[in-house]
Design a protein around this ligand. Structure first.
Ligand code: PEP
Length: 247
């Protein structure tokens, strides 16, 4: 199974559902549709509406983050995994670099993953090195630490997906070389094996994926799908990625 996850970030109002309707229509007619899943993470404000609308359709809905507590608490503006699940989401991102840079620690991330899984959300756990870490050849050690500090062998690996997103690549148009990315993806799977045993969670790539570079990514068979930011806000750009991946 391949995953194409569109992360809308701070984008979208109720009528933006038109974008998803087009993607849903494409997927429902696509001869390759059984080989991949489309998941969109709109902002919290749209989850309930979109999840209701796309129930029993081609697109699954997720949230972009969740709070590190279970159900209800006195934390202003926080949204818990229980609330997200109750709104109809099936997935949640955890550990996106935007949120890590706002102060998410490994301990907080571990609680997020734990409570998300407890509330029957599937977790897309994001990891990635920054520009300086890459320059200092620390990519693999950074990724290993991000994985081993948060993912626990007690977690149900069937409900976890890992998204490798080099921070320097997000929204920049810069992407890793094919050799570099293949090596990194294999390494991530090796670390996941050391945590979970033989069958590892799926590993996605994220960072400036678009309709033209997806052909290069496709050649790396270890990559199980993509986390797509900018290009997921346009039905045409998102569908182009799907078309070119399966061409
Ligand atoms: C992201 O924010 O998760 C992302 C991958 O963004 P972009 O595709 O725009 O680089």
């Amino acid at each position: 199974m391949r995953y194409f996850i569109g992360n809308w970030k701070m984008f979208g109002v109720p009528k933006s559902i038109n974008i998803l309707n087009k993607i849903n229509y494409f997927h429902s007619k696509d001869k390759n549709r059984k080989n991949y899943r489309v998941i969109i993470t709109p902002p919290y404000t749209l989850i309930e509406n979109y999840a209701k609308y796309f129930k029993n359709k081609s697109i699954s809905i997720g949230s972009q983050n969740c709070y590190q507590k279970d159900q209800f608490s006195s934390d202003t503006a926080a949204v818990s995994p229980f609330m997200i699940k109750s709104a109809g989401a099936e997935y949640t991102l955890v550990g996106h670099s935007d949120n890590r840079s706002e102060g998410d620690t490994d301990k907080m991330l571990k609680n997020k993953v734990f409570f998300a899984l407890k509330n029957k959300l599937k977790v897309v756990f994001c990891i990635g090195e920054n520009k300086k870490e890459k320059k200092n050849k620390r990519t693999l050690s950074v990724l290993k630490k991000q994985l081993t500090k948060v993912l626990d062998k007690k977690f149900n690996k069937k409900n976890i997906i890992v998204a490798y997103e080099p921070i320097w690549s997000i929204g920049s148009g810069k992407i890793p070389t094919k050799d570099e990315l293949k090596k990194t993806t294999i390494y991530i799977k090796k670390v996941l094996k050391s945590i979970f045993g033989k069958q590892t969670p799926a590993v996605l790539y994220g960072g400036s994926v678009d309709g033209s570079n997806v052909k290069m990514f496709k050649e790396i068979k270890e990559i199980d799908g993509f986390l797509i930011g900018g290009a997921s806000k346009s039905s045409k750009k998102f569908i182009d990625i799907l078309k070119n991946y399966y061409r």
